[in-house]
Design a protein around this ligand. Structure first.
Ligand code: SAM
Length: 341
């Protein structure tokens, strides 16, 4: 199916720019149409709102530049992911699997991932931007540590659930709905810390742009705390009892990995349909941060992470998952501290 790319001129008239193969659903099942597509923040077209117009199916194809096509595909991929996260936010708030420890959190318990808890340092009195905050559970833990926290996520449902949870927990956190790439425009002032952990950049096509956003949020001397699945884990799986590389180590921005499944990483049964994901190598992450004007303070690799990446992994008393002791070990998690120069 081909769909039209249109935009509106300043008077609101629809103008057809061209058409592309429908990136919303290359697999065959029509999902709801994108609410809107930004074709690169006006890079090709300086003004006007770009919209995805369902009525224009079957339009005569016109020339679209390769870069415009790539941007359209990437933005469509983010829309697909947002749909999935809207669904997951409801499932995760219900917390049937207990993964998010929501009942315990509301009762006042601190279940912040022990890796983060050991590494983030003293947050008292600091302004913290929590990027990709999901339903805000970690934002609440950061606020309870004495920080003034703003959580940001592009899923309106996640933000709604986060606000309700913070209210129930009686903790002050501000939550903002926005694409992480637009965080600078949506968050006021400079931050002492940016915190973003466990399941973040895999959802982002452009890690250099991500790093520039982080640099733009931090005050000079402010610090990033980042923790996530190790790039070597994200391109591997368990095959015949050994961790084996199953996916390319670097995902091109315009060729995301399309994943489907009927279970969330929490173990809850819920559809994760056609998500678009990107593996970013360690060098790309570090160089993106350095080039954005941050100094890397340390990089830690971990043999434990907060979710079961494959069925061989076992949970420990610390709620972290590890490979069985009798298989060759590899780094599963990565954490980085970096300071804005
Ligand atoms: C795995 S969760 C967040 C991780 C967090 N550690 C947690 O478990 O609560 C990933 C979050 O990233 C958000 N997300 C994905 N792509 C995003 C984007 N481009 N801008 C903002 N948020 C995004 C999703 O909505 C989701 O809430």
């Amino acid at each position: 199916m081909r769909v039209a790319i249109v935009n509106r001129d300043p008077e609101g008239r629809v103008r057809e720019l061209g058409s592309i193969d429908d990136p919303v659903d290359p697999i065959g099942e029509r999902r709801r149409p994108c609410r809107s597509l930004s074709l690169g923040g006006g890079r090709e077209y300086a003004h006007g709102e770009h919209t995805w117009d369902e009525r224009s199916h079957g339009c005569a194809p016109v020339y679209i530049s390769r870069s415009m096509m790539q941007v359209a595909h990437m933005d469509a991929a983010l829309e697909i992911n947002r749909d999935t996260w809207d669904t997951l936010a409801v499932t995760h708030r219900r917390d049937a699997s207990g993964f998010y420890h929501i009942a315990a959190m509301l009762a006042g318990e601190d279940a912040l991932c022990p890796i983060d808890a050991a590494e983030i340092g003293d947050l008292r009195g600091l302004r913290v931007a929590h990027l990709q905050c999901h339903i805000g559970v970690d934002s609440i833990y950061l606020a309870r540590r004495g920080a003034s926290v703003v959580g940001l996520d592009f899923s309106p449902v996640a933000i709604r659930e986060a606000r309700q949870l913070a209210e129930q927990a009686n903790v002050q956190v501000q939550f903002v709905e926005a694409n992480v790439y637009d965080a600078r425009e949506h968050l006021d002032g400079e931050f002492d810390r940016v915190y973003t952990t466990w399941g973040t950049i895999v959802w982002l096509p452009d890690v250099r742009r991500w790093a520039r956003v982080i640099a733009s949020l931090l005050r000079p001397g402010g610090r990033l705390y980042f923790a996530d699945g190790h790039p070597s884990l994200l391109c591997s799986d368990m095959v015949d009892g050994r961790m084996t590389v199953t996916t390319a180590w670097r995902t091109p921005a315009d060729q995301p990995l399309a994943e489907s499944g009927d279970r969330s990483y929490t173990g809850d049964i819920t559809p994760m349909r056609h998500t678009r994901e990107w593996v970013h190598p360690m060098g790309d992450i570090l160089n993106a941060l350095i080039d954005a004007g941050l100094r890397i303070e340390w990089v830690h690799e971990h043999t434990a992470i907060p979710w079961a990446h494959n069925s061989a992994m076992r949970i420990g008393d610390d709620r972290l998952f590890r490979l069985p002791a009798d298989v060759p070990q590899c780094p599963l998690g990565l954490s980085i501290e970096a300071t804005k120069l």
